[in-house]
Design a protein around this ligand. Sequence first.
Ligand code: SAM
Length: 269
Amino acid sequence: GFVDEASEWAAKGIDITVPSIARTYDVVLRGKDNFAVDRAFVDEIVKVVPEIYDVATFNREVLGRAVRYMVGQGVRQFLDLGSGLPTVENTHQAAQSVAPGSRVAYVDNDPIVLAHGKAILAENDRTAVVTADLRDPAGVLSDPEIRRLIDFGEPVGLMLVGILHHLHDDEDPQGIVDAYLAAIPSGSYVFITSFCNSSPEAAAAEKQYLALLGTGRFRTPAEITAWFDGLDLLEPGVVPNPLWRPDRPVDTDLTVGQRLIYGGLARKP
Ligand code: SAM
């Protein structure tokens, strides 16, 4: 029964009695690595943002565009923080499809990512999955697996995609971003996407995220833009995901879902 199943997973560090960020995101990406409690959470979000499944897709699409852009600028190594469960096009697949030698280190603190991700995300010697908490930059940056893959003397593509909104204000997201930026050289890039406080529906979704998942801060475009302070923010700046360097024509009259996550890319001077 449920109790047996729950205790089997608990032995692997996976609590199926409360929703997890990684698994609820897997639900909206129509993946299979999730449990009833995760699907029940998403059902509540659907009530305030019916388009939430599409929101996840926009976020994965912009991730792919950003990675390919950075590879086009010569970046060959990526540190993907809060990387999530494997899905259709992961960072290493986007990068290696253009430049096969690209190296990607994935970092996530949810043990389910390692359990399900090892085979796909660590599929060649240029990729690795590390279970670590990104709120500990010193720990992440000194991890031997990460240091094996990432040469901190060469430009790095730092990915903070759909993750900073899971940090509370008192966890100092700016300080965390700055700590990673300090460790990477000039010519590196940082790509960030984040829930944005862009509509009454977004405000309602924030309430539900905080109440039912425990995290999910929907910040203003100005707050998101501030994370890039001191860097060269590339055109078109911090914008709704579908408007960030689209690869097909987009109707600029955006829906609530299309405006729910904003993203931007900057280069370290
Ligand atoms: N970056 C992927 C994307 O945008 O498609 C996945 C985003 S998912 C919404 C956020 C991921 O961050 C989850 O897999 C979650 O487990 C992970 N995460 C949350 N807090 C974290 C932390 N403190 N350290 C590392 N990973 C974290």
